[in-house]
Design a protein around this ligand. Sequence first.
Ligand code: ZN
Length: 219
Amino acid sequence: MSHETCPNCSSTIKDGLFNSNQLLAKTVSDVINAAQGTNTKGFCGKCGNDLFVTSLTKLKNELIEIQQTISESISKIPVISVHNPYKWEYEVIGLVTSQSVTGTGVFSEISMSLSDLFGSESGSMNKKIKDAEVICMTRLRKETWELGGNAIIAVDIDYSEVGSLRGMMMVCCTGTAIRVTNNEVFNAETRNALEAIHQIMEKHDRINAICKPYMTMSL
Ligand SMILES: [Zn+2]
């Protein structure tokens, strides 16, 4: 048997009941290399075990940050009610829909203010409906992006009450997901956001693939 050593720390690799020191799996090395920015051929239990835990934590945190950035950028995807925007050239991808149900507050909350009951303007109710709209729009944008689109046209918002006694309100959004081919019709902020999603998505997928075998592992 040859005296195999660890490519990283040169410790002897030995396979015994006691004092065993094994080379770690390639998927473990991949996690360490990706997090540390190294390209080491392999790690052994001695030098790699702790390093693996810190590396995986680092990559998982990076993934969370990337997901936040993607969410922010996705919120820049144009959502418009116009059916045929001036000068836009595009391919139609298809219908996108989303729903969000919210309690309007009148029946579901004890701590309602008097204006909610009798006032002309119901503050908390308006806010809840607004929040539901935002949730719907975010879902439309995510779905559109996943379908390969970069804008949504002909958007329609509908409101309906569900459950007459409970004061539940459903907000429904529908629209047509499209892929705009002449991006110059977008403003600079939108163009930058769309470009940013593309770039960061590649990074996200790469890190995600490396972490995948250990995604459910709690640290
Ligand atoms: Zn080692």
